[in-house]
Design a protein around this ligand. Structure first.
Ligand SMILES: Cc1ncc(COP(=O)(O)O)c(C=O)c1O
Length: 444
């Protein structure tokens, strides 16, 4: 039976009311999602009921966790309808590790081309830059249009160069755009290219059917889909995983060893070196179970409706410069924008301190995109199943108050570097809401 989305919110302990603390309007799920109580229970159950290592000892704890760990793999395979079944699911720490496994595991030849978009997360850019620098591969870019998700003609031209691998996001963490992945995979395969899809931002919101979208590799982060931090997976077509070289070797990856050699286990075990994050994997699988019970179609419709409300309310504000395609349906879970005359980090601090609204600000680990456009930063509100209309109304109200408090200082697109609040002549906000100096941020 489907859980009703309206009752979902109280399953998330981080959103429960606390004495003397304002409940968060958490609009940063694109960074990491919150965790429902069931995920916490699944992890606790591991440590309290069967805290063993899978596949090693023969005692009851070990037997129990072995069975559950493989059942978690089967759940992942079912959730993504992986054609290769459970053995095509490799448990890893996150999508970054999944992408790196592919980058380091393919037997590259000098001159092999990797095609990515000009809007990839650093995790789907830096590994390919490194590969080009160290292995003599070439990195090429397909430009994405500003006003619509994708340009098939431009992609077709890029494919004419016969890349060995096309590696693209399924949905963008910067502006939420969804790419037409079924078409992309088909066209790329027609030209003999392998395809890796970075599913970080799509899989939490939309049904991914790998029988229909036959990507060779699909990378996900479970901590963006109700799982615990530091959990993720690479789902690979069986023949592709067979060809991939493991990047870490040691315990768990081998059938046997002698002093002079070893035999690797079959995928996926050859890629899971050392003792694994059993509690995390079991929690991540419980997160998928929760999502399945709510229903991804419902989740997507809910996110889209909240985003539509924000988009329609803020579209009348000329100083809100939204980025990404116009129709909400093409960027269902993300509303990203710059505020004319207001530094993005200052805006995020104000929203948190004055309204209890948590958004992400900065360059969202896509620095290259901002550099190309000479933009400083943007603010990103991302929506998920536990958000309510009240959350997004607080956000809208906060943005409006911020605009009222800070007069226009520039007609430029995007917040200027060191925006209005950082300058010596910056207008002052009331002390309660005056943003603190921006906290230092890693490049992501
Ligand atoms: C599109 C995209 N790709 C890759 C990543 C990296 O994910 P992780 O840090 O979980 O490896 C993220 C994280 O925000 C992302 O949004």
């Amino acid at each position: 039976m489907k859980a009703r989305i309206a009752t979902v919110r109280n399953r998330f302990p981080a959103l429960r009311p606390r004495p003397r603390r304002r409940t968060a309007a958490y609009l940063d799920s694109a960074c990491m999602s919150l965790v429902p109580d069931r995920v916490l229970s699944a992890m606790q159950e591991y440590y309290t009921e069967y805290p063993g290592c899978a596949g090693r000892s023969v005692h009851r704890f070990s037997e129990e966790v072995s069975v559950r760990y493989e059942a978690a793999r089967a759940r992942f395979a079912g959730f993504f309808r992986a054609p290769g079944g459970p053995s095509s699911v490799v448990f890893l720490r996150n999508a970054t590790e999944a992408i790196n496994l592919v980058a380091h595991g393919i037997d590259w030849k000098r001159g092999d081309e990797v095609l990515v978009s000009d809007q990839e997360h650093n995790s789907n850019l830096v590994p390919w830059q490194h590969l080009a620098a160290t292995r003599g591969t070439r990195l090429r870019f397909v430009r994405l249009p500003e006003d619509r998700p994708f340009d098939s003609e431009v992609f077709e031209e890029a494919l004419a160069r016969r890349p060995r691998l096309v590696s693209l996001f399924h949905a963008s963490n910067l502006d939420g755009r969804l790419l037409p992945v079924a078409e992309i995979v088909e066209r790329a395969h027609d030209r003999g290219a392998l395809v890796l899809l970075d599913g970080c931002q799509a899989a939490p919101h939309a049904r991914v059917d790998l029988r229909k979208v036959a990507a060779d590799f699909y990378a996900i982060s479970s901590h963006k889909m109700l799982g615990p931090t530091g959990t993720g997976a690479l789902i690979g077509a069986p023949e592709r995983l067979d060809e991939l070289a493991p990047t870490l070797l040691g315990g768990e990856t081998v059938e046997w060893t002698t002093l002079s050699g070893h035999a690797l286990r079959a995928p996926p075990h050859r890629f899971e070196a050392g003792l694994q994050n059993y509690a995390g994997v079991l929690g991540a699988a419980e997160g998928l179970r929760f999502l399945s019970e709510v229903g991804l179609d419902e989740v997507l419709a809910h996110d889209r409706a909240l985003n539509a409300r924000v988009t329609s309310e803020l579209s009348s504000e000329s100083r809100v410069q939204r980025v990404g395609p116009e129709p909400v349906g093409e960027r269902p879970s993300i509303f990203a924008f710059a505020l004319d005359g207001v530094d993005a980090n200052d805006a995020a601090l104000f929203l948190d301190e004055a309204y209890g609204v948590m958004v992400r600000s900065g360059r969202h680990c896509v620095h290259s995109w901002y550099e190309e456009r000479r933009m400083a930063a943007t603010v990103r509100a991302s929506f998920y199943l536990y958000n309510t209309e009240a959350d997004v109304d607080r956000f809208i109200q906060g943005v409006r108050e911020l605009l009222q408090r800070i007069p226009t200082t520039s007609g430029r697109r995007g917040a200027p570097r060191g925006g209005a609040l950082s300058g010596t002549s910056a207008p002052r906000l009331a002390s309660r809401s005056r943003p603190r100096p921006s906290r230092p941020r890693a490049a992501g």
